[in-house]
Design a protein around this ligand. Structure first.
Ligand SMILES: [Zn+2]
Length: 105
């Protein structure tokens, strides 16, 4: 059995587009980086590696599907974009302080 669909960490992809993923069990609410969200209209699921915005997306997507949706590119190009995002040494040394998370506590 071959699984030719690579799994990329959805949080890395969402962060690349300016998102600030929250980390909770199951679907974690977060502001959508794709439509200038000021609320937490989107959800990210780190276990399933899926992202869904309830405003601008019709269904949840994995990392590749999200890139395809956002870039309007095909699957192969999306994989390459995901690879470039997740292999780039773009891990921030310090997380932004504050941000959305405090709103939910
Ligand atoms: Zn959205």
């Amino acid at each position: 059995m071959r699984d030719e669909s690579p799994i990329f960490p959805i949080a890395d992809i969402v962060e690349n587009y300016g998102g600030d993923p929250t980390y909770r069990g199951g679907w974690s609410p977060m502001a959508c980086p794709f439509h200038g969200d000021r609320n937490a209209s989107a959800s990210i699921h780190h276990g399933a590696q899926r992202f869904c915005c309830h405003v601008c997306m019709e269904r949840s997507e994995d990392a590749i599907g999200l890139v395809m949706w956002q870039e309007g590119c095909d699957y192969k190009a999306a994989v390459e974009i995901c690879e470039s995002i997740t292999t780039a040494d773009n891990a921030p040394a310090t997380k932004k302080a504050g941000g959305m998370s405090s709103m939910f506590d």
